[in-house]
Design a protein around this ligand. Structure first.
Ligand code: NAI
Length: 303
């Protein structure tokens, strides 16, 4: 038994420098938590304007965190924001940045070809020890890793929105992910202050695999006229103890996002009825009704 334990407890390495590719909603959140937990962070974006936008967003979010943490002690808040921001730099030159980084976390558009191309383009430039990770919600990690020669140093790190607030991190192991990579990723996640769970490289990992079909089934109920959206939401809050009903949640997540995830899965698993396209979802997306962010989804948010 000891022999087995020793073999599976392969020790990982320590992450100091984190490179985040794509500093949008998720990437800037990941950059923020990596910086506040003491890492040196480089964000890579397509242009300077996007980098600037990310920096401003992070600064605002840090001020909120600082206010909560240090109450009204202005100097402590300013110090916290400044110190964290000093750990974050930006670049538009990915191939130079990855020459000296311990982990690359990709958070760009949810598109297999684009992600594959990105990783294969940096595979030969990054240090051999650098771990590659994707924050994808719906694309198999192994597919993204295919264009690289480092399948053993590839994993999924699936964060949740908003990253500074949501406690969970799904650490995704493919059959090729080495024990050392897995251990490093888990230790890194814990250092970020997240509660990490381990999961296999299956569609949607754990949370989305359960949540997306649940939201889809709620839309199918509504389509059939079994109950109103409001009543279904009330039912799940008061009857199942969920903090939000499925339609409130869909509007919060973005109806376009849910529809896109279902579309990706339906393409990969055409025989699974859970991932069948839903006419009502498609119609809402066609009409630009994405939920809270567009002012209307299942509910209206117009003032
Ligand atoms: P976003 O659209 O807010 O950000 C993507 C950013 O990537 C943009 O700023 C874009 O300029 C940048 N980008 C695109 N191509 C690039 C390249 N080649 N090099 C550098 N930067 C590039 O998208 P979001 O919501 O942050 O999603 C990013 C990833 O995270 C996706 O894979 C998504 O599925 C995943 N995800 C999203 C969640 C969400 O709630 N939005 C939750 C968990 C994962």
């Amino acid at each position: 038994i000891n022999h087995v334990i020793k073999r599976t407890m392969s020790s990982g390495s320590v992450i100091n420098h984190v490179t985040i590719i794509g500093a949008g909603l998720m990437g800037s959140g990941i950059a923020q938590v990596a910086a506040t937990s003491g890492h040196r962070v480089t964000m890579v974006e397509l242009d300077e304007k996007l980098l600037d936008k990310a920096r401003k967003g992070i600064e605002k979010s840090l001020e909120r965190v600082g206010k909560k943490q240090f109450k009204d002690e202005e100097s402590k808040i300013t110090g916290f924001v400044k110190e964290s921001m000093n750990r974050i730099s930006g670049s538009t030159d990915l191939s130079t940045v990855v020459k000296d980084t311990d982990i690359v976390i990709e958070a760009i558009v949810e598109n297999l070809e684009v992600k594959q191309k990105l990783f294969s383009s940096i595979d030969s430039v990054a240090k051999p020890s650098t771990i590659f990770a994707s924050n994808t919600s719906s694309i198999p990690i192994n597919e993204i890793a295919k264009g690289t020669q480092r399948l053993d140093r590839f994993c999924g790190l699936h964060f949740f929105n908003p990253v500074p607030v949501m406690k969970l991190l799904e650490v995704v192991r493919t059959p090729e992910t080495s024990d050392a990579t897995y251990t490093t990723a888990m230790d890194f996640g814990k250092k970020l202050g997240k509660t990490c769970i381990t999961c296999k490289d299956t569609p949607g990992f754990v949370v989305n695999r359960l949540l997306v079909p649940y939201m889809a089934e709620a839309v199918r109920m509504l389509e059939r006229g079994d109950a109103t959206a409001r009543d279904i939401d009330i039912a799940m809050k008061l009857g199942a103890g969920y903090p939000m009903g499925p339609f409130e949640l869909s509007d919060y997540v973005g109806i376009d996002t849910t529809q896109k995830i279902m579309g990706i899965w339906h393409k990969i698993y055409p025989d699974n009825p859970l991932f069948e396209p839903i006419p009502m979802l498609n119609k809402l997306v066609e009409e630009g009704k994405f939920g809270m962010k567009s002012g209307e989804g299942f509910y209206s948010y117009k003032k």
